[in-house]
Design a protein around this ligand. Sequence first.
Ligand code: SAM
Length: 451
Amino acid sequence: MATEGRGKTRKGAGKRPKPGRRLAKHAPQSPDRSLVARQAALSILDQVLRRKRMLAHLPQDPGLTPPEAARATRLSLMVLRHLEPLDAVIARFVERKPQPAVNALLRLGTAELLIAGEEPHGVVNAMVALARTGRRTERGAGLVNAVLRRVSEGGDALWQGHTPQRLPGWIGGPIKKRWGTEVLRAIEAAHERGAAIDITGKAPDVDIPNAKRLPTGSLRLNATGQVSALPGFSAGAWWVQDAAAALPARLLGDVAGQTVLDMCAAPGGKTLQLAAAGAQVTALDLSDTRLDRLRQNLVRTGLSAEIVVSDALDHHGGPYEAILLDAPCTASGTLRRHPDLPFVKSWTEVEPLTRLQMRLLDHALRLLAPGGKLVYCTCSLLPVEGEHQVGAALKRHDDLSIVPLDPQTLGGAPDWASPEGGLRLRPDLWPEHGGLDGFYMACLTRDASTA
Ligand SMILES: C[S@@+](CC[C@H](N)C(=O)[O-])C[C@H]1O[C@@H](n2cnc3c(N)ncnc32)[C@H](O)[C@@H]1O
């Protein structure tokens, strides 16, 4: 294992390039727009890895154009999604682990060379130019030049057969315990592949050119680009929602005319589904800021819902004919889209979250009309946030039962069925369609005779 230090190339890696071949010779003068997105990507990586901040919570950099901001995000996510395999390549060419700021340049450059397949000359020049502009990296410019040249010479062979980024133990451990090592590795490989953009239509027959219709009804876009520029967005005909996240609302069945509480509603994809299905929705959430996204989407889609800003545990409305509890969770099912999450969150969050999930589930049952349906779901891969919560709730409440679900009636696959009657979705399942986020969902009902 490489040790911390200023960094030194392995024998040969730092050979002085022949005069005239020095790739960084014509390094552009700062400020240079071609370096701006890369500099911003390095800053995002620093915020995530050192300051433990989620990318989604970082403020927009006002100095970036929208395409530059999009590129910075794309580059930083590419590095985070492959951090360990990138470090393994770099370790072949250095004697000691370089200091963090230099290492960040090497990670970004290696990712651009081996994963994005960028033109080597441009990548090496850019990284060396960036190294020269930084106080902490200035002295590492030669190392950056030498290592990245070696990486570009090594090409695809350096990347073939690499081991995908491993999950941290607090996520990987429970997965291995429940489904075994093979499934754990398959999930890690699915995380590496990333995720397409899925769309839910206000009407079931909504269409977008070049989008694929999934058997569950969602549309899947494999192209990248500005989603809001696609036909139907401004008219409010659809919204972005992972195919897995689009299922819980459907488990409530026909909700037209029913009073439905969306108990942890923001930013509101499921509220929009319920409202589009004709329910009288109360959309409640603790976060007014997150509810703003829902307010905007309601205006855009012309749908309506009553919005309540409150702690769900303090809400005493109802009784409701149906309740959707999309409980706060580790979000460990969304790593395909959020590879920054394992570097920011930790096992310390699991216990408080599972306690809150249990309290929210019990409170939801108090607000549910007898005979009503309650869907409990979390975008988590941890059984303690899914199967275990539902199993424990069934033990705590005599009048509660599970409505067994057949995934095939939803367009899903038989292996989504969980033994207790819920649905367990994992990123490694449904490979023929490109996978889906990790999610757990179950439909519960209270005995109609209990008043
Ligand atoms: C998984 S997200 C919900 C996603 C949402 N259902 C959707 O489809 O867009 C969980 C939400 O729970 C909210 N939350 C957390 N604790 C809460 C509480 N005690 N009461 C109400 N909402 C809470 C968070 O603000 C967050 O918006």
